[in-house]
Design a protein around this ligand. Sequence first.
Ligand code: ZN
Length: 154
Amino acid sequence: MEDDIRELYQEVILDHGKNPRNFRHPEDATCEANGNNPLCGDKLTVFVKVGVDQNIEDAAFEGRGCAISVASASMMTDIVTGKKVAEVDALFEIFHKMCKGEEVDETPEKFEDDLDKLVVLSGVKQFPMRVKCATLAWHTINAAVHGEKAVSSE
Ligand code: ZN
């Protein structure tokens, strides 16, 4: 393992990577999408149950990949559950900027707790290859809830 990557492997990432939350295939999912990051070999399927009011009632995933991609998917499924699709879109936009090391102008107060958790993944901004690992699950849920079947991070 390279030293620079090891630095990213903080305790939280390791924990989520080893014991991913919501690692299952819910039978009642209303949409799903496949995410593929060929640069690293990460492959995820994200399952979402969206209610009538565009509320995400359940989110889960299956697949395999590096610790960062799995940890990101694990954290994401926890965070998006109970949110509206539009809120997840907005949160992804902010998280994506964090990962790319771009400036985030304003974070809505309601996302503060979520962004506090996601900040452990933002260390990838120093490693452009790893940004795709950290954002794959988010790209994939985005594809799922907006009716696309598959997404490739390339
Ligand atoms: Zn990866």
